[in-house]
Ligand binder design. Sequence first.
Ligand SMILES: *[C@@H]1O[C@H](CO)[C@@H](O)[C@H](O)[C@H]1NC(C)=O
Ligand SMILES: *[C@@H]1O[C@H](CO)[C@@H](O)[C@H](O)[C@H]1NC(C)=O
Ligand SMILES: *[C@@H]1O[C@H](CO)[C@@H](O)[C@H](O)[C@H]1NC(C)=O
Ligand SMILES: *[C@@H]1O[C@H](CO)[C@@H](O)[C@H](O)[C@H]1NC(C)=O
Ligand SMILES: *[C@@H]1O[C@H](CO)[C@@H](O)[C@H](O)[C@H]1NC(C)=O
Length: 650
Amino acid sequence: MAGKNMMKLAILSLSFVVLVAMVIGLIVTVNKYSEEKPESTKLDEDVKASIKAVCENTDYKRTCVESLSGASTKSTNPYDHIKTMFEITIKQLDAAVKNSSFMNEIHRDPRTNDALKGCKELAGLAVMDLRRAFDKMSGFSLNEFGQALVELKIWMSGAITYEQTCLDGFEKTQGNAGEKMKKALKKSMELTSNCLAMTTDISQALQEVAVPQTTNRRLLTLFSTDYNIPEWVDATDENVLEKTSMKIDRDLTVAQDGSGDFESINEALKFIPVRGKERYVMYIKEGIYKEIVQFPKNLTHIMIIGDGPSKTRITGNLNFIDGVTTYHTATVAGPEKHQAVALRVSADRAIFYNCHMDGYQDTLYVHTYRQFYRDCTISGTIDFLFGDSAVVFQNCIMVVRKPMDNQNCIVTAQGRKENRQPTGIVLQNCSIVADPVYFPVRKEIKSYLGRPWKQYSRTIIMESFIDDLIQPQGWLQWNQTFAFDTLFYTEFNNHGPGSSKLERVQWPGVKELPASRIKRFTPGKFITGDSWIPPTGVPYTSDFIYEPPKDDPKNDYSKKSNEEDRDYTPTPEKEKKQKKPKKKKKPKKEKDESSDKQKAPAEGPSSMAESEISAPYASPAQPPSQGASPTPKNGSFLRKVFGLFTKSNH
Ligand SMILES: *[C@@H]1O[C@H](CO)[C@@H](O)[C@H](O)[C@H]1NC(C)=O
Ligand SMILES: *[C@@H]1O[C@H](CO)[C@@H](O)[C@H](O)[C@H]1NC(C)=O
Ligand SMILES: *[C@@H]1O[C@H](CO)[C@@H](O)[C@H](O)[C@H]1NC(C)=O
Ligand SMILES: *[C@@H]1O[C@H](CO)[C@@H](O)[C@H](O)[C@H]1NC(C)=O
Ligand SMILES: *[C@@H]1O[C@H](CO)[C@@H](O)[C@H](O)[C@H]1NC(C)=O
């Protein structure tokens, strides 16, 4: 028994080594410089080692080391450097845009002007995302680790997307403004990428700790991604959407026939209180509203109800955007190619239920953050679902329409730029079918499931019906062999005549995966939907919809790469029946809120887990010792690291 415990202890200690890989790395390095050197040199070396440690796993190491060395942070604590990195990035991005002389040049090409204007606003959004990530990093409590990490990554990913969207705006513009912008943003983009890399490092290190102790309730709490139910959702409201819409209290009614408070949506928008903390319900009565609508970021917690997808209709360009007021996506607004985004969604935790989005090319721009679509119908021709959010379409119908001659149809064009971004398009229990006009010519005018808009394009089609309009090869190249190795496309448990994988393209990025590796793309995990979708009353399935096929050891599944789950923050399984732990009295260092759920741990592994886990933040492993050297020591060091991540009262 003792031997076994020792072994487990060893494993746990190892986990800790991994947990603070960079920290330990630092300590080891630091020790190398011990004693002989004069104190000041030694401190310098320690600072250098600390910087090197935080930059270790970034993609742009040189940029990382140079910027941090140039900063005045003379700390040996890696977390000080991580925070400094965020500050530098924000400054850099701010300066790059505000300060670039060419930003305010007037160009003859209206698209260039539009793109420049867009960049200013997008950079502002990126800065905002960096800032809130920075703020979050400086103070979250231990029991919201999971949630905090998920949000950090979503926001960092948002910043990356906004920067990229700025550059995308210059596509097909005249002159060299696009090139200039690319240069101006280069460093900011590298720094932003580094910030996400550091966040990912922390997240992965923490997961290493979580894995061996999945039976430990304390950690489950630690990694819970549950949010508190938003205050604006009244618990008694729960199934509000399943009742007829007539029963929901409306704060405001828009009706074309003059029977409401306003006759146009835009008129009504001006009257909605900004930054509302409670749900604000806008009811739009039956009618065709020819308006371009933008919901600005300062309108929060808005719910919009119509009389049904075929009755209340908004035509023209609708821009649903939780971000900016006027921001034109120049690339997608050009008339000559019939490109027109019907709907752009740049809001976090956006939900669409029982809606139709109709368009041709680029119908639905799922731009950033987390989004959920349920029972919706989306129609279009080329790349008609595109963008870089983490999005799940559940029980939706994708209707492919007839394009112009010489065009192909492509259902998705996912635009993930970096493999640390937690983004991707997931279709679950959807149907991919042809519009009646397109149906007769579906064999001549070809259709595909998707193509890689950006390097790490990721699309998962599961449990869906794929009709015979989809070509046997399934996926289409963007240009030549672009992203063949880095994209991530997989089809899982689909059916229908177009679902056969026998003749699919053989790119390295097209994967064959077992259920165990697909599960992380179900909405409960991929967009942490359990915490924010059910409270709205929108019907929702968290997990697989159908019983998935068992993993088959004989199947030749794609080899798992290091990158596959790099972006993922695992969440604990729903509490399974656990063996009643034997009670064992033990002084609690931290107050547990639900004492019933958090009995003292059992003997054996979980008990050890508990004591090991509590070490860094709760146990007095190493009192600040006498004659403390500037070199941080193991116990206090770990505590310090965690301390920075926790609210001061912990
Ligand atoms: C950017 O702004 C700072 C101060 O506002 C100024 O010192 C610097 O010269 C500017 N840089 C450019 C390239 O305009
Ligand atoms: C809300 O945002 C809109 C669009 O950005 C802006 O016009 C309006 O002034 C804002 N309102 C307030 C009170 O900040
Ligand atoms: C799958 O989606 C269809 C609508 O496309 C729906 O009718 C059906 O009930 C869904 N299946 C399940 C099990 O939810
Ligand atoms: C292919 O597309 C990618 C992404 O848009 C682009 O970076 C690359 O330069 C293109 N390559 C060619 C050969 O056109
Ligand atoms: C920390 O390091 C000291 C030596 O510097 C050692 O005596 C002590 O056992 C270590 N503590 C832990 C918890 O590893």
